[in-house]
Write a protein that binds this ligand. Sequence first.
Ligand code: SAM
Length: 297
Amino acid sequence: MQPQETFALPEALTERLRTAYPEFFPEILEGYRARRPVTLRVNTGKTTAAQVTEALALCGIGVRPAQWYEDALIVTGEVRERAIEELPLYRRGEIYLQSLSSMLPPVLLRPGAGENILDMTAAPGGKTTQLYALSGGKALITACERDTGRFERLRFNLDRQGAARVNALHADALTLDDALKFDKILLDAPCTGTGTISLGGRIRFSEEYLARCVRLQQKLIGKALRLLRRGGVLLYSTCSVLPEENDAIASCACRQGARQLPVELPAEIPRLHSAPSAACVCPGPLYEGFYLAMFTI
Ligand code: SAM
């Protein structure tokens, strides 16, 4: 059965959110109503935050940096994505439109030169290209994507962003050979997207959809642990706020022998409660709802 599409918050989701976060429920609803500013990431492989700020100012677009990440710029005023997409610096891949929350996983994973990194479910490639830029183009990144259309989009973005040394793999990550071992793995898992809901927009949710996502997340995290080298780091993230897709999947990893590492977020980022070592960002005026957990074996 296809997930139900509606413009209002479906009853089943309301109940789940109320139960999971009784005290934060009104704040989550406020977050769903918020009209967040456009945010973008500077592609440091091609330019600098100062140059982008100056170029945007010449087009009458103001920006301010996020305090915790100098490559993240928050557009001030009423400018929307469309206007940014028409700019030459966007077409040249000098910037990438990306939510602040979704910039967190690569920052926490700290990709280094020479590290062998797997981005397990990579399209459209926002985090792959960020990992590449953060490593100065010096990490050995494999970006895996199963869906054909989304894989094409990934390839297009890698090309546009100049991430030439990324190995793009059109494959189901569940079929990768366990003999491959990676120093770091990003599993930005497919999920219900309940962190990114916008009231007034279409909302896609059903119990069956949630159960399907959870089953896939369980399989993917098990596979990620088998592909991780001993002492390596796995970062699991979703743009969901539902504990079933988050802490419950982290527990599933721990039952398979993974040890959780603490996720430390900048103090200014609003949080929902989660297991002590993980982090769940609360949807709000600046941030989408988002979950992060880190492991080693
Ligand atoms: N990390 C991406 C980014 O920042 O641009 C977003 C990833 S999105 C949340 C999840 C992706 O996982 C989707 O593109 C989906 O097609 C892909 N996917 C789902 N199951 C997969 C599998 N078994 N193997 C590889 N990719 C998979």
